[in-house]
Design a protein around this ligand. Structure first.
Ligand SMILES: Cc1ncc(COP(=O)(O)O)c(C=O)c1O
Length: 489
C-alpha cells in the first residue's frame, strides 16, 4: 500500500484528464457566458459552511463540486465582457505553465534550489527592461503584483536614500520627517506603502492634476520648495505611467528633471500602463521612463498573465541587495562565492514560487510582437468605445487617454448633476445583478462615473458594442423601475 498522499498513476491520470476537460469547458462559448454571477454573500458562505474535514472525499466528486461552485460561478475574467478594475484575461500558455510550475514546486528564493527558474527570472527581468525601453540590463524581481512592486520600489528608495543614516539598522528614529510626492491620482497602494514603511501618509504630498489628470509640474516644484523651507527632507517623486482612474501618463521627463534638480529618488508606478510603453505608437508619452531609479510593472495586467505576477525594475541589482541582503548561517553561498544570484538576497521573501515560467513561456510562445498587437488592439477598442459614447445621445464621455480606460455617464433625461450622480451610482449594482457585463465606477472631480478598462485580448468591436447595449438596456429597465416606485399604481 502506498503510504503517501499520492494517487495511483491511473487515478492521477483520471484527475488530470478531468481537470483538463474542465479547463476546456471554460473556454467553450466564451462570448455566451455571463461576466458576473450575482449571488448573495450568505448563499456563497453557506456552500462552504462545514467543519474541518477529518476524512477525505471522492476526488471526482470534489472536482464536480469545484466545477459547480467555483468554476461555473467565477467572475469571468476570461471572457470579453469584463471591464471592471484592471483585470486581464490570462493566457492559455500560462495555464499550462502554472500547472507545470506547481508540479516541480521549485523555491526560487535561492539559486541552488531552482537553478533554471532563477536564471529564467533574471532573463524575464532583462526582457521586461528592454520591452519597456527602461534599460537593456536592469536588476529586478518578480513580486505578487503592482502593490508589492510599488512597495518594493519605495522600500529600495527609502533604504538607499537614507543608507548613510543606517536606516536599516537604526530605523527612522532621529531622522527629520521625509516627504514623497505624487499626483492626487496616484494609486492607493502608494499610500499603503508609505504607511507600511513608517513614513506615514501625512508625508505623501498629493499634488494637483491638470485637466488631463497628469501631475501639475509647477505645483509639484512649489511643494518641494515649501517642504525644504519648512524643514522636511524631500526624498522621492512617484510618477504615474498610466493612472488607474483614467490612464493618465505624467510628464515623466519633467519629473525626472525635478528629481535630478533636487536629488530625489524617482520611482514610476507603471503597474497598469508601463508595459504599453513598449508600443511604438505611444512610446513618446513615456519619455523619461528610462531615467527612473525604479519602475513597478505588472504582468498580470497588460501582459495578460493570470494572477499573481508583478515586477519591480531598477537600474542595477546592487540597490536591491543593499536594500534586502541579510546574512544567515543557514543561507550560505552568496553571489560573491558562486556567481549565483539568490533572489532572497534581493527581496524580502525567502521561499518564492516560480512565476517566471508562465511569463517566459507566454513571451516565447506568442512572441512580443503578437502581444504588442493585442495591447494595441485594446487601445484601439477603447477609442472605439469612446467614439460610441460620444456618438450616443444617452451617454456623456468624461475622460479618455492614450491607454485603455474611458470614463462616462448615463445622462438620458436626467436633468441635474445630483440626479445624474444618483442614477449612475444605482446603475452599477443593477449591472452587477444583471451580470451580462461586469463594470465598475469611480469618482472624477466629484462626479460619479462609469469606468471601463479594456485589457483582454479576447475583446473585439462586437463585444464593445454589446457593453454599450447592455448598459443602455439595464439603465432603461432601472428607469422604468424607478418611475414605478415613484408613482405606484
Ligand atoms: C496604477 C496602478 N498601480 C498599482 C495597482 C495595484 O496593482 P495590484 O492590484 O496588482 O496590486 C494598480 C491596480 O490596478 C494600478 O492600476
Amino acid at each position: 500500500m502506498n503510504d503517501s498522499l499520492d494517487l495511483s498513476r491511473e487515478a492521477f491520470s483520471d484527475l488530470l484528464n478531468k481537470s483538463s476537460e474542465l479547463i476546456l469547458q471554460k473556454f467553450s462559448n466564451l462570448e455566451e457566458q455571463k461576466a458576473y454571477h450575482y449571488y448573495p454573500q450568505k448563499e456563497i458562505e453557506s456552500w462552504l459552511d462545514e467543519p474541518l474535514p477529518t476524512d477525505g472525499m471522492d476526488d471526482m466528486e470534489l472536482l464536480q463540486f469545484v466545477k459547480e461552485k467555483v468554476l461555473d460561478t467565477a467572475t469571468n475574467n476570461l471572457g470579453p465582457y469584463l471591464y471592471a478594475y484592471v483585470h486581464a484575461g490570462g493566457t492559455q500558455m500560462s495555464i499550462v505553465a502554472d500547472q507545470l510550475a506547481s508540479t516541480i514546486n521549485q523555491n526560487t528564493g535561492k539559486w541552488h534550489l531552482s537553478p533554471v527558474l532563477s536564471e529564467m527570472e533574471k532573463r524575464v527581468i532583462q526582457w521586461a527592461g528592454q520591452m519597456i525601453h527602461y534599460s537593456s540590463d536592469p536588476g529586478g524581481v518578480l513580486v505578487s503584483g503592482g502593490s508589492a512592486a510599488n512597495l518594493t520600489g519605495l522600500t529600495v528608495a527609502r533604504n538607499i536614500f537614507f543608507e548613510k543614516e543606517e536606516v536599516r539598522k537604526k530605523g527612522l528614529f532621529g531622522l527629520k520627517p521625509f516627504t514623497a510626492y505624487a499626483s492626487s491620482e496616484v494609486h492607493s497602494c502608494v499610500d499603503k506603502s508609505l504607511d507600511e514603511l513608517g513614513i506615514g501618509t501625512d508625508h505623501l504630498r498629493k499634488i494637483a492634476v491638470n485637466s488631463d489628470y497628469t501631475i501639475n509640474i509647477e505645483a509639484l516644484e512649489e511643494a518641494i520648495k515649501s517642504d525644504i523651507e519648512n524643514g522636511f527632507t524631500p526624498f522621492c517623486i512617484i510618477g504615474n505611467a498610466g493612472t488607474v482612474n483614467t490612464g493618465a501618463i505624467d510628464d515623466l521627463e519633467a519629473l525626472a528633471g525635478l528629481a535630478k534638480k533636487y536629488q530625489l529618488w524617482f520611482h514610476i508606478d507603471g503597474a497598469y500602463g508601463g508595459i504599453a510603453g513598449s508600443l511604438d505608437s505611444i512610446k513618446r508619452h513615456y519619455k523619461g521612463m528610462e531615467l527612473a531609479d525604479s519602475v513597478a510593472i505588472d504582468f498580470h495586467k497588460w501582459l495578460y498573465q493570470p494572477f499573481e505576477a508583478g515586477c519591480l525594475l531598477v537600474k542595477d541589482w546592487e540597490v536591491l541587495r543593499r536594500t534586502y541582503f541579510k546574512k544567515a548561517s543557514y543561507l550560505n553561498d552568496t553571489i560573491e562565492a558562486t556567481g549565483r544570484l539568490d533572489f532572497n538576497e534581493h527581496y524580502f521573501q525567502l521561499s518564492r514560487s516560480g512565476k517566471a515560467l508562465k511569463i517566459w513561456m507566454s513571451i516565447k510562445s506568442y512572441g512580443i510582437d503578437r502581444i504588442k498587437q493585442m495591447i494595441q488592439k485594446d487601445i484601439d477598442l477603447t477609442r472605439y468605445l469612446a467614439k460610441l459614447i460620444v456618438a450616443s445621445e444617452d451617454f456623456e464621455l468624461k475622460s479618455k487617454s492614450e491607454l485603455s480606460v474611458v470614463c462616462f455617464r448615463y445622462i438620458k433625461d436626467l436633468d441635474s448633476e445630483d440626479e445624474i450622480n444618483r442614477f449612475n451610482k444605482r446603475l452599477i449594482p443593477a449591472l452587477e445583478k444583471d451580470g451580462r457585463v461586469f463594470i465598475t465606477g469611480t469618482t472624477l472631480n466629484n462626479q460619479f462615473v462609469i469606468r471601463a478598462c479594456l485589457i483582454n485580448h479576447r475583446m473585439n468591436e462586437g463585444t464593445v458594442e454589446y457593453l454599450v447595449k447592455v448598459i443602455r438596456d439595464v439603465a432603461s429597465k432601472l428607469r422604468v423601475e424607478e418611475d414605478a416606485e415613484a408613482s405606484p399604481a
